[in-house]
Design a protein around this ligand. Structure first.
Ligand code: ADP
Length: 246
């Protein structure tokens, strides 16, 4: 369907006979932000690994932006199709400034040296400024990444992801370790990003998931246990049981 950006169809992945992902199906619309929750071991990371091509499923298909079955492509090809992933652990260059980190990300495949000394066009400059604004980092553009707050470092990671101009952003626990104020700001920031892109957020922090205000999918044993608004999902007896039963 036209409105569908990502469609996981009956995806299964076993590790040594253990089904980490068990006939999982999931549909994400264009322009949708989805929160993925679920207890440890539910399969959230493996699902992200399958979408990005880091892990190949044993069965099932992953359709992206129409007919493309991602399971036939490798990680680099999938990234170039417009899927960007942010891991929980920051990977910024600590000794570089915010702006230089972003410059490197915008340069993409150019060498580090080439990226820093490349003459920038006004178009590139505008993109950089837009991304700094979107990620609340304009006033910190000349700060070294090492001197950013934990939250600002996470936002810089999101900025570097936006530099790749992905259609779909996969974000793993963005607010872990953030202050309450940073957490709220992150919910707003992602909401703005989702006005023009699709976003999948894996998150344990239920206050944050509530602030996102989007459809929630609860995974358990590699399959969808419940899906819908957070209030409905968190009141679902099966969801209550898997969270309490741990
Ligand atoms: P989550 O991210 O929801 O905590 P994971 O996707 O990391 O869950 O893991 C799902 C299950 O698959 C877990 O039981 C985990 O131990 C297992 N698993 C994940 N990756 C591997 C691997 N590379 N080898 C063996 N088992 C794995």
């Amino acid at each position: 369907r036209r409105d569908t950006l990502l469609y996981l169809d009956g995806v299964t992945k076993s590790f040594d006979g253990f089904k980490a992902i068990d006939n999982l199906s999931l549909v994400l619309q264009r322009g949708e932000m989805r929160a993925i929750i679920g207890p440890n071991g539910a399969g959230k990371t493996t699902m992200m690994d399958i979408i990005t091509g880091k892990t190949r499923p044993d069965a099932g298909e992953v359709y992206f932006a129409g007919e493309t079955d991602l399971t036939r492509h490798d990680e680099a090809a999938i990234a170039s199709m417009g899927i960007g992933r942010k891991f929980q652990k920051p990977t910024v260059f600590e000794s570089h400034t915010v702006e230089d980190n972003l410059r490197l990300a915008l340069a993409g495949s150019r060498s580090v040296f080439g990226a820093l000394f490349h003459r920038r066009t006004s178009d590139e400059r505008r993109r950089r400024d837009d991304i700094l604004t979107a990620t609340r980092l304009t006033h910190r553009r000349n700060a070294r990444a090492a001197d950013l707050s934990h939250g600002q470092k996470q936002w810089l990671e999101i900025a570097m992801l936006l530099a790749q101009d992905p259609q779909l952003l996969l974000i793993d626990e963005p607010v872990a370790g953030m202050t309450d104020a940073e957490t709220e700001e992150t919910a707003r920031l992602l909401g703005e990003i989702a006005e023009t892109r699709s976003v999948v957020v894996v998150e344990h922090d239920m206050h944050f998931v509530r602030a996102l205000g989007v459809k929630v999918t609860c995974l358990h044993e590699g399959a969808v246990l419940a899906e819908g608004p957070l209030d409905a999902v968190s009141a679902d007896p099966r969801v209550v049981e898997v969270y309490l039963g741990r």
